[in-house]
Design a protein around this ligand. Structure first.
Ligand SMILES: Nc1ncnc2c1ncn2[C@@H]1O[C@H](COP(=O)(O)OP(=O)(O)OP(=O)(O)O)[C@@H](O)[C@H]1O
Length: 341
């Protein structure tokens, strides 16, 4: 178990219940952005962004490519200065913390390591300059699964190995607050599962975990809270449950040997219906009981009637559709949001 030093965050037990922690969150927020903006010349990369990140939780920081996630994270750790507004960690700007590496650990750019150095030497030099004990280097190398290759030059590392080294750097100072910018980039499926588990474990220890991604599917099973941005602006800030409640429509999948009659009947009663390639109908605007009752009253046989929830990914894409900066075109010429894997 890692040590818990002088802390600005409540104990893991106090942070346990999601609703309580959100309600009790006032005054306990660890990262707080207030009207944060960043301008690069003509380009407003972050635009009047306000949000908070709570302890003992994984907060997914989501947005399409170019939404301003990395810029925001750089401002949190003082690598970029806000053009306007402010962002604090435990009530102070990051740069005003005495031992920043022990307060906030960040994986921002996994490739930002001198290629000729070994992972061990890289971590050891960071440990020296930040007054951390030597034994911690071995601990984090083992934790991220790089112990066996730790003496090899980093230039031979794959992207996935570099990501693991970046995570080791973030964990080195045993910080209470962790920022991970797209941590699963380049990781194989086993690595992705490992990162998800690590995030959950760090949050369960009471730490504050902010992790960015442009894919909702990445966050669906990892995050407790979501901060969604598009074109630098806040789109949504809520728990995952609230996001589902607000944005994921429930539809009804129905199969019938008389689809034309059922479509006409449902549309008559304000339902929206689309036909799926497998012959089933997906009905919006009416719940399963109403669809069943209407079919029964109309004398239409129904073979299957299942409520289905639109996926989180679909809701996220719908919500950020107008904020997607880079659009690819499908072969039919229809614009299609670019999804980078
Ligand atoms: N140093 C810079 N100079 C000029 N423009 C920049 C700079 N850094 C970022 N930008 C611009 O700011 C916008 C936000 O970029 P940022 O990298 O923060 O987005 P992101 O959400 O992290 O995107 P991605 O998911 O693609 O990494 C983009 O339009 C980007 O081109």
């Amino acid at each position: 178990m890692w040590s818990r030093r002088g802390s600005c965050v409540p104990s893991p037990t106090a942070a346990g219940d999601p609703r309580r922690s959100r309600l009790a969150g006032k005054g306990k927020r660890v990262i707080e952005a207030l009207h944060l903006s960043k301008r690069y010349g003509e380009r407003l990369a972050v635009d009047d962004l306000s949000f908070e990140v709570l302890p003992g939780r994984v907060t997914g920081f989501l947005g399409p490519n170019g939404a301003g996630k990395s810029t925001t994270m750089r401002m949190i750790v003082g690598l970029d200065a806000p053009s306007d507004g402010s962002v604090t960690v435990c009530g102070r700007p990051y740069t005003q913390h005495g031992s920043p590496l022990s307060t906030v650990g960040a994986l921002l750019d996994a490739r930002a390591v001198h290629g000729g150095r070994s992972a061990y030497d890289h971590l050891l030099s960071l440990a020296h300059t930040h007054g951390l004990r030597r034994g911690r280097v071995k601990e984090v190398l083992e934790l991220v699964g790089l112990a066996e290759v730790s003496r090899r030059p980093v230039r031979g590392f794959s992207l996935g190995m570099s990501q693991r080294l970046g995570i080791a750097v973030a964990l080195l100072g045993d910080p209470e607050v962790l920022l991970f910018d797209e941590p699963v980039n380049g990781l194989d499926p086993e690595g992705i599962v490992w990162v998800r588990g690590l995030m959950r474990e760090l949050a369960a220890q009471g730490r504050t975990v902010l992790v960015s991604s442009h894919l909702m599917s990445e966050m669906e099973h990892t995050a407790d809270d979501l901060v969604v941005i598009g074109r630098g602006r806040l789109i949504s800030s809520c728990t995952v449950e609230e996001f589902i409640e607000r944005n994921c429509r429930t539809e009804v999948r129905v199969t019938t040997p008389e689809p034309a009659r059922l479509v006409a009947l449902l549309e008559e009663h304000e339902g929206t219906v689309r036909s799926e390639p497998d012959g089933s109908l997906v009905v919006g605007g009416l719940d399963a009981v109403r669809v069943g009752d209407l079919a029964f009253d109309g004398g239409i046989r129904v073979h299957q009637l299942v409520p289905v929830q639109a996926s989180l990914e679909a809701a996220f894409m719908e919500l950020t559709r107008t904020s997607v900066e880079y659009q690819a075109r499908t072969s039919t010429g229809a614009p299609d949001a670019e999804v980078r894997s």
